[in-house]
Design a protein around this ligand. Structure first.
Ligand code: KG4
Ligand code: ZN
Length: 338
């Protein structure tokens, strides 16, 4: 018997709904929120309002594209956290109403666990996920972690950032270069024309598999401040080299820890996940290292790097199989571990 899951994602600034039948993706609709660009970052109150406007049309479109009727849905999976509480509340409240009205089971999903499970979503391009155990480098706007994945629902974080996330480092430094939010994709684009070895920035010395990015941001800030004193057009004249050198430093920091985690755990199946895994420099470097070290590599397709409901639906599917459902008294959580 096959199982159809509706997934709902509303943890930050993307409203998304997806349908899967077993592990096969039927539809994945994402409504982005342009309203935040003018403010240089996500404004939580505006995000909640936009989710409220988007959620019903997005679910409706996902059902239509999948050719699924509400009566065919076995369970509705939703992001419980971590994320912005107001944004999470919109998804959770919608799901509670939907579940009560149509007598459909609810499944709560951890957003980070869902990012890790993207590799199991079956599409025309991807049929087979990684073998267990595998290591995931999860790099997003809010998180930077190395995760040992022993099974779909059995994961352990062995390294994490002690301050900023990799995505924050991209976004905050991009802002210093006068680039609009989110800065990560802009840095990626500019880097293609720049010299990655022109400037050197401080790299952290942190124990184990943990990360730190706040020192890099400060080093970048002070460097710009000093150079701008000498030449007020320094940023304008060196933007691509600055972007490329910054990106190179972030990739180096990430890859050093990933390599040592792979060596010390002896795990050679390596996956990337999260918004920053869209970065072309990072993807190239992981491929290069993968060839050198004989890694079995899993790099998500671009549509599954940033927030999407397909990853919520696939996680819901595995929780469905293990009988893990939520009650109607469930509440969203801004902070959440797994
Ligand atoms: O996973 P995600 O969509 O949202 C969170 O859960 O945080 O990640 C968003 C982050 C932002 O910081 C954005 O700048 C970064 O991913 N990002 C990139 C690229 N595309 C998105 N960073 C570097 N290069 C990219 N191409
Ligand atoms: Zn995310």
């Amino acid at each position: 018997m096959s199982i159809t899951i509706l997934g709902i994602e509303s943890s930050c600034d993307d409203t998304s709904a997806a349908l899967i039948k077993d592990e096969q993706l039927l539809s994945n609709v994402i409504a982005n929120q342009d309203v935040h660009v003018a403010y240089g970052g996500v404004v939580p109150e505006l995000a909640s309002r936009a989710h409220q406007q988007n959620i019903i049309p997005v679910v409706d479109l996902a059902l239509k594209r999948a050719g699924v009727e509400v009566k065919d849905i076995d369970a509705v999976a939703f992001t419980r956290g971590p994320g912005l509480l107001g944004s999470l509340l919109v998804g959770t409240s919608f799901v509670k109403g939907f579940s009560l009205a149509r007598d459909i089971k609810m499944i709560d999903v951890n957003h980070l666990q869902a990012h890790v499970l993207v590799h199991f979503i079956q599409t025309d391009e991807q049929l087979k996920g990684p073998d267990f155990p595998f290591l995931t480098l999860l790099v997003s706007g809010g998180h930077t972690q190395i995760v040992v994945v022993r099974n779909h629902l059995d994961m352990e974080i062995i390294g994490r950032t002690i301050d900023d996330a990799a995505g924050e480092a991209f976004d905050k430094c991009a802002k210093l270069l006068g680039l609009p939010y989110p800065g990560g994709p802009m840095i990626d684009k500019l880097s293609k024309e720049g010299d990655p070895f022109r400037f050197k920035f401080n790299k952290p010395r942190i124990k184990n598999f943990d990360f730190s990015f706040s020192g890099l941001k400060t080093s970048f800030l002070y460097f710009l401040r000093d150079e701008l004193k000498k030449d007020e057009k320094f940023i304008e004249n060196n933007r691509s080299d600055l972007a490329a050198s910054l990106q190179q430093t972030i990739i180096d920091i990430l890859m050093t820890k990933l390599c040592s985690a792979a060596e010390s755990t002896g795990i050679n199946t390596i996956a990337l996940a999260g918004g920053v895994s869209a970065n072309s420099g990072l993807r190239d470097k992981v491929r290069e290292l993968g060839k050198e070290r004989g890694w079995d590599l899993f790099i998500p397709s671009f549509s599954f790097t940033t927030d999407n409901a397909a990853m919520i639906a696939i996680t819901g599917y595995y929780k469905y199989l293990s009988g893990q459902f939520a009650g109607h008294d469930i509440t969203p959580m801004a902070r959440m571990h797994f």
